[in-house]
Design a protein around this ligand. Sequence first.
Ligand code: NAP
Length: 255
Amino acid sequence: MPVALVTGSSRGIGRGIAVALGRIGWKVVVNYAGNRAAADECVALVKAAGGDATPVQGDVGVTADRARLVEETIRWGGRIDLLVNNAGVAPDVRADILEAGEESFDRLIRINLKGPYFLTQAVAKAMAVQTPDESGSRGQIVTVSSISAYTASVNRGDYCIAKAGLGMLTALFAARLADLGIRVYEIRPGVIATDMTGPVKAKYDALIAGGLTPIKRWGQPDDIGRTISAIARGDLPFSTGEVINVDGGFHLRLL
Ligand code: NAP
């Protein structure tokens, strides 16, 4: 069974990714920050879907935790075929960029940008010494950024800047790792129904009904999960550094 490490997969989009990988028979490390009960639920769902899973606590924003995540994944699974950098947080308070403070900025950069950057570095080194499969692949890395990578929301500048940085993470590691047989992708979800968007549900309900996206519905975690399954299966063999919008068409300019 191939092995995936999916950060922040106890709930939300990460859980959708873990379960979708379970459906195609993968082993999944279900990483979580603090919600062990949710991680256990996800592990059960992955197993019920046909895969295998184990919960591993770890804060992607903490250096020692990132190292432990890689070690525990290899100890449990024997290798890492796929890293999904999914864990991410919203600002505790949405504050206008003329008022927002450094504490929130530092937190968002640490968890949403520095964490995936250095976890990708650590996993890439582990993948680089793995035996390639028959297609020459040593592993794949997918980062979940956001439409916020290019959409200016003036009440959460810290979040937007962190997500924009993930675009360069993708480009850098795609360029650096291609010769090692490691392909790198970025997924930009649109508005997805999770705990993160729970507090702004009414606002987005109205925006979607009003035509925010050509496909007029909320995205679901499984929409992201199915996209990542295609990557996991190796169905994008001549693409790397590719940005995949999973957003109901939000990114289109309309006239
Ligand atoms: P969510 O429902 O709030 O779930 C967050 C997940 O990340 C949980 O599993 C949580 O673990 C974990 N997590 C939080 N901080 C962590 C840390 N420091 N280290 C490790 N794990 C951590 O969020 P979501 O909506 O699924 O979002 C997932 C990703 O998609 C994020 O990167 C987010 O920015 C991005 N995204 C979301 C949307 C959307 O509309 N929802 C749109 C675009 C992009 P615990 O259960 O232990 O707390």
